[in-house]
Ligand binder design. Structure first.
Ligand SMILES: Nc1ncnc2c1ncn2[C@@H]1O[C@H](COP(=O)(O)OP(=O)(O)O)[C@@H](O)[C@H]1O
Ligand SMILES: [Mg+2]
Length: 249
């Protein structure tokens, strides 16, 4: 069985049903988590350091298997898939990490092109797309620079371009603004929002930066004591509610 973009139940991008996770013999890090992300949605995952954000994201990009429960992508439960079927699903998911994870011996352009090379694509078929993508993230002039000569914000923009060059349906970012200044953080956030709008990419961003969360009107899921709660206190709407309640007082 091969998976194509159209033979799946695409009404749900991500679904977790009763998902628990424990490492080795420790207690549950995540406990009975239910979560649904609709295609084209944009959401945040928050929680204190050690709350399990990275672990939850690893379950979403299929780098970890839950101890209990089921992770489904695009309506397809993943627990019984073969390795090839899992690879096919993973190709529809792009990931951005806090620490960029770029290859230092390659240029920015080569880093972004790498996922396409791995897929066996010929450079002549993607060169202009990659150049366009680098220009879009504001690195048109720096595309032949090596990562070590770029600033943190520039490196993270290369990493974002690399994550989306294969046009994934889901984009997962783990503390993507952790190593850049607040202004660059806002700029990166605008890139994520634009990606979400442009291709209806499902975006989930883990961050403990509540200042960033408040800039965007989006659902906020918060991990606490292994449980996931949907937070309604953040975002511009929440701020307006607060303002109104203050006005009434
Ligand atoms: N590979 C691992 N083996 C054992 N424990 C781990 C592993 N990865 C993370 N943990 C533990 O799981 C908990 C959640 O970690 P993590 O998912 O990284 O949280 P966050 O990203 O919110 O900081 C922490 O207590 C951490 O020490
Ligand atoms: Mg983390």
């Amino acid at each position: 069985m091969t998976l194509s973009r159209h033979d799946l139940f695409d009404d749900v991008a991500v679904r977790l049903d009763g998902v628990s996770l424990r490492y080795d013999t420790s207690e549950d890090i995540l406990s009975g988590i239910d979560l649904v992300l609709k295609p084209g949605s944009f959401s945040f995952l928050t929680g204190a350091s050690g709350a399990g954000k990275t672990s939850l994201l690893k379950l979403l990009y299929l780098a970890l298997k839950p101890s209990r429960g089921e992770v489904s992508l695009f309506g397809r439960p993943t627990s019984r898939l073969t390795r090839d079927q899992l690879s096919a699903l993973r190709r529809r998911v792009g990931v951005v990490f806090q620490e960029f994870r770029l290859l230092d011996h390659l240029t920015a352009y080569e880093n972004v092109a790498l996922p396409l090379r791995v897929l066996g694509r010929k450079e002549s078929t993607y060169r202009s797309d990659v150049e366009e993508l680098l220009a879009w993230v504001g690195l048109g002039e720096r595309m032949h620079a090596r990562p070590t000569t770029l600033s943190g914000g520039e490196q993270q923009r290369v990493a974002i371009a690399r994550a989306v060059v294969t046009q994934p349906d889901i984009l997962i970012a783990d503390e993507p603004t952790g190593n850049v200044d607040p202004e660059m953080g806002s700029r990166l956030m605008r890139l994520f929002l634009e990606l979400n709008k442009r291709r209806a990419t499902t975006v989930i961003i883990a961050t403990h930066d509540l200042g960033l969360v408040r800039q965007v009107e989006a659902p906020v899921f918060r991990l606490q004591h292994g449980l996931l709660v949907q937070d309604v206190e953040y975002g511009p709407a929440a701020r307006r509610r607060t303002d109104i309640s203050k006005a009434v007082e």
